[in-house]
Write a protein that binds this ligand. Structure first.
Ligand SMILES: [Mg+2]
Length: 266
């Protein structure tokens, strides 16, 4: 399916119809690969100054709620996004700090934590000394990044799944992202986070921007909604997705957000 550029006439018309005079809107976005180019090294990423200024402007709009929903740990995300008035959701929304100061953080069971710790130990033993492989401990999960790995990627994937078989625990699931394998809680995803944000702020138009597998859960929630605007960030015009619109990269996301800001302030 070919997706159109979000700020085309059709989307503007839909936004015009969806937004009332108060211009209330919920703007949700992923972080890595969406607002910033992902290099494969989570520790290397920074929010460019222009993007930070743009987010600050958007967050300053009275009628707009800005939420950033990332797979990163909450603490990491909050350090990467030093912007006032933004709702931040880390660990795919398993910890949310709302802009009004309240928070959402479900109880995580001890057996889940224990499984993750044991799995982490085995993964460290197998991959810890392999050059180009990064193991990220996420408190409620674990991610293995292999974008920088020069060897046989298929073998890494097979070994990861094999080790997981020894620990397999129904409250956890494996997801596959861009050069990334991750084990995370199975009963909560970015789609659930979107629903929670919508409940909190009531039936306003919702935009969601994202580039990866985990964002499809959020797209799926918005896809069926009259006031939903799911936007995929990808260079691949034919990517299988639940999104309705497409932007090619974080630079295009910047242009889109700038257009949106102008639209909302006109
Ligand atoms: Mg991403």
């Amino acid at each position: 399916m070919k997706l159109s550029n979000p700020f085309n006439a059709e989307l503007k018309q839909r936004l015009d119809n969806a937004i009332d005079e108060s211009k209330r809107i919920l703007l949700c976005t992923d972080f890595d690969g969406t607002l910033v180019t992902f290099t494969g090294l989570p520790s290397e990423t920074q929010l460019p100054i222009e993007m930070r200024e743009l987010l600050t402007r958007l967050a300053g709009l009275e009628a707009l709620h800005l939420a950033i929903i990332s797979g990163r740990r909450f603490q990491e995300l909050s350090e990467l996004v030093p912007v006032e008035g933004v709702t931040l959701a880390g660990n795919h929304g398993l910890k949310i700090q709302f802009k009004d100061g309240t928070a959402y953080e479900p109880e995580i069971g001890e057996d889940l934590k224990k499984t993750i710790a044991l799995f982490n130990k085995d993964i460290q033993e197998r991959f810890g000394d392999k050059e180009g492989i990064i193991i990220e401990n996420k408190n409620f999960g674990l991610a293995l990044h292999y974008r920088r790995y020069d060897g046989d990627e298929g073998k890494i994937e097979d070994e990861f799944h094999e080790i997981w078989k020894d620990h397999n625990f129904s409250a956890l699931e494996v997801i596959e992202g861009a050069k990334l394998l991750e084990v995370r809680p199975a009963n909560w995803n970015k789609g659930d986070a979107i629903k929670l944000l919508q409940e909190k702020w009531g039936g306003r138009p919702t935009i969601y921007l994202g580039d990866d597998t985990t964002d499809e859960d959020a797209f799926r929630v918005l896809q069926g909604q009259n006031l939903g605007f799911p936007i995929l960030v990808s260079r691949d015009e034919n990517k299988d997705t639940n999104a309705q619109y497409r932007l090619k990269d974080p630079a295009a996301v910047g242009d889109f957000l700038d257009d949106l800001y102008r639209y909302l302030t006109n």
